[in-house]
Design a protein around this ligand. Structure first.
Ligand code: BDR
Ligand code: CA
Length: 307
C-alpha cells in the first residue's frame, strides 16, 4: 500500500495495452498513490476497458483500488475503437483472470468530482484516453480547475504526425469536442503528446529479456507487448500512457513550453488536430516538447523491477 505522503492520483483509462502498463507503473511508483481508476470508451468499448482495468489491478494485487465506469461514447460523434492496435479484447495477446471485485456503482465523472471536492488542490488527474469523462466532469462541476492540483494528459500531436490520422493523435481524434472543452478550460494541464511518446518506446531487445523474468510486472508487460512485437511485427512498443504516469511522478523527465492548445473539430480531414497558439483568450497549458528517454526507461525499469 502506498505511503500517505505520496501524491494522490486518479487515472482515466481506456485499457488498452499501454494503459495496462501505465496502471502497473502507477501502482509500483512510491511517489504516487493511485486512489481510483475511471474508465471510458476508447481503445475498446467501455465494458471491456472497465473489465480490463479490473483484471489488470487484480494481477497487480491491487484490487483494493476502486474502478468507476464512465462514458460509453464520445460527446457528439460515432465511436471508433483502436482494436487494430490493442487486439479484440484490448489487452493484446495477454489473458488475465477475471477480477474478484466488481466495478463501483458511482459513475466516473461523479467519482472524480467527489474525490477532488474532498481533497481540494491535492489530486492529480492522469487522463490517458479520450477526454469524454473529463469534459462531462467539467460540465457537472465548473469549479474543477480550482479543485484539482494538475491534469497530465496523454494526448495530442503538436509538431509531429498523428497516429489516428496524419494530423491527429487517437485520444484527441476519438472525441475532439471533449478535447476542445478540456483544452479551452482553466484546468492546469500538462500535455504529453506523440512529440515525446514516440521518442521513448520500449525497445524490442529489452522486451525480449522480460520472458526470462519471474516478477508479475515483467510477465504482464511481456504478455501485453507480445502482439505488437510478434503479431504486428513492430520493432517498438509505444509507452504513451506510462510516460504520462512517469512525468506525474518525475516532472523533469520532459521539457515543457507554455502554449494555448486548440483542437480542430467540425468536418474534414483535420479533425482532432492539436495546434499551439499564443492568444490572450486561449488558456495557457504546459506542452511537452522534449523527453529524457534514458532517464524515463531507467525509472520505468526500476519501478517494474526489470533491472
Ligand atoms: C493513445 O491512444 C491509445 O490507443 C493509447 O492507449 C494511448 O492512450 C496513443 O495515441
Ligand atoms: Ca490509452
Amino acid at each position: 500500500m502506498a505511503d500517505r505522503a505520496t501524491s494522490p492520483v486518479i487515472m482515466d483509462v481506456d485499457t488498452g495495452v499501454d494503459d495496462a502498463v501505465a496502471l502497473a507503473l502507477a501502482t509500483r511508483l512510491s511517489e504516487l498513490d493511485l486512489i481510483g481508476v475511471t474508465t471510458v470508451a476508447g481503445n475498446v468499448d467501455v465494458e471491456k476497458t472497465t473489465d480490463n482495468s479490473l483484471r489488470v489491478l487484480a494481477m497487480l494485487g491491487r484490487s483494493d483500488i476502486p474502478v468507476y465506469r464512465g462514458m460509453n461514447r464520445p460527446l457528439a460523434r460515432a465511436y471508433h475503437d483502436a482494436s487494430e492496435f490493442h487486439g479484440v479484447s484490448g489487452l493484446g495477446d495477454a489473458e488475465f483472470p477475471a477480477s474478484p471485485v466488481a466495478v463501483q456503482f458511482e459513475t466516473a465523472p461523479e467519482f472524480i468530482i467527489r474525490a477532488v471536492r474532498a481533497r481540494p488542490g491535492e489530486i492529480t488527474l492522469i487522463p490517458v484516453a479520450p477526454l469524454t469523462n473529463i469534459a462531462v466532469a467539467l460540465a457537472l462541476e465548473p469549479e474543477l480547475p480550482r479543485l484539482i492540483k494538475r491534469v497530465v494528459i496523454m494526448g495530442g500531436a503538436f509538431q509531429c504526425r498523428g497516429n489516428a490520422t496524419p494530423y491527429a493523435e487517437y485520444n484527441i481524434w476519438a472525441d475532439p469536442e471533449a478535447a476542445a472543452i478540456v483544452a479551452n478550460s482553466d484546468l492546469p494541464i500538462t500535455f504529453i503528446g506523440l512529440d515525446v511518446t514516440h521518442k521513448a518506446p520500449l525497445p524490442k531487445a529489452l522486451w525480449a529479456t522480460l520472458a526470462a523474468r519471474e516478477g508479475v510486472e515483467a510477465r504482464m508487460v511481456y504478455a501485453l507487448a507480445r502482439r505488437t512485437f510478434i503479431g504486428r511485427e513492430r520493432e517498438e512498443f509505444h509507452l504513451h500512457d506510462p510516460l504520462a504516469v512517469a512525468v506525474t511522478a518525475f516532472p523533469d523527465l520532459v521539457t515543457t513550453e507554455s502554449w494555448g492548445v486548440t483542437v480542430e473539430s467540425g468536418i474534414g480531414d483535420q479533425i482532432g488536430r492539436t495546434c499551439l497558439v499564443k492568444q490572450p483568450d486561449v488558456p495557457q497549458h504546459q506542452v511537452a516538447v522534449a523527453v529524457k528517454t534514458d532517464a524515463f526507461l531507467a525509472r520505468f525499469g526500476e519501478a517494474l523491477s526489470f533491472q
